[in-house]
Design a protein around this ligand. Structure first.
Ligand SMILES: [Fe+2]
Length: 304
């Protein structure tokens, strides 16, 4: 193994193994576990140790059961093969290591096949609190415990179905500009819905609001803020609102939406697809997220 690969570990922004895979155009990679540095392993242990108590107070029960079912290690970065061995018999889901951003359609299509694109790098040890890009703590400690829950896992698969429906509905539009416009609106609506549920969702429970969104469950600071702060507005999820609400990045979410259960969430994704078929996602409010060219292209390519 060349020295340069082991020296920097698998740190987000400094991971030659991942950068080289990306430069070769490889999206799906392996998790070369021996490349994690001591500092990488310590970062995981510190993140886990710091947030564990907050999970017990603020996470939904399914998440806590998922952490147990996966035997998520507290003191070292998990091996994805170990996670998969425990996860797959429960819901059929698997983690799938990737080298970076997975364009929209491909991401949702992975979910449809019960594969979760998973980042293998971990944030630098001096940036524990905020990183714009996902890392393995966000993906594996924030998302994957939820994938042990059947209704939640089935909901992710339905997102994948929605992406296929978007492709079908727009494939026949002759005017390329109108086709791109229509797709951009649908994808924006889907992304907002995903953002305010899978990434930042709250659920009403017997103890009050609890978190199920991975952006909250992987953030020590925001998890408490989302549940306790008077500055956060929390409303029952309304479809009209969520698909037209601009997402906020770079700071804590000031507005969060509550669901009642994961069966409720599953029904909401059904409704999202129905609205898509009825044309109700064709003219959503402008604002974030901006839909990237590569995301649109992935939907167009899927039609051909
Ligand atoms: Fe995420």
């Amino acid at each position: 193994m060349p020295q340069v690969l082991t020296a920097t570990g698998l740190t987000t922004g400094h991971a030659p193994f991942v950068e080289e895979a990306r430069s070769r155009g490889e999206l799906y990679i392996s998790q070369p576990y021996e490349l994690y540095s001591e500092e990488n392993q310590e970062t995981w242990a510190r993140l886990y140790e710091r947030i564990r108590g907050r999970w017990e107070r603020y996470a939904n029960d399914h998440f806590l059961r998922g952490v147990e079912a996966l035997a998520l290690p507290s003191d070292r970065i998990p091996r994805l093969a170990d996670i998969n061995r425990r996860l797959e018999p429960l819901t059929g889901f698997q983690t799938k290591p990737v080298s970076g951003y997975v364009p929209g359609f491909l991401f949702f299509d992975c979910l449809r096949r019960r594969e979760f694109p998973t980042t293998i790098t971990i944030r630098p040890g001096d940036r524990m609190d905020y990183l714009p890009e996902p890392d393995i703590f966000h993906d594996v400690a924030g998302h994957v415990p939820m994938h042990t829950e059947k209704a939640f896992a089935d909901t992710l698969v339905r997102f994948g179905d929605c992406a296929h429906t978007a492709v079908q509905l727009t494939a026949g539009i002759r005017d390329p500009r109108e086709r791109a416009r229509r797709l951009a609106n649908i994808v924006k609506a889907m992304s907002r819905f995903f953002w305010f549920t899978v990434e930042f969702g709250l659920m009403r429970g017997p103890r009050g609001a609890v978190a199920y969104g991975s952006g909250l469950l992987s953030s020590y600071g925001e998890l408490e803020h989302a549940i306790e702060s008077d500055e956060v507005q929390r409303y029952p999820l309304q479809m009209e609102w969520v698909i037209n609400q601009g997402a906020e990045i770079d700071h804590y979410q000031p507005l969060l939406f509550l669901i009642d259960s994961f069966d409720h969430l599953f029904d909401l994704v059904d409704r999202l697809e129905r609205w898509m078929r009825e044309g109700k996602l064709d003219n959503v409010a402008p604002g974030l997220p901006e839909i990237q060219e590569g995301d649109l292209r992935s939907f167009m390519d899927a039609a051909s």
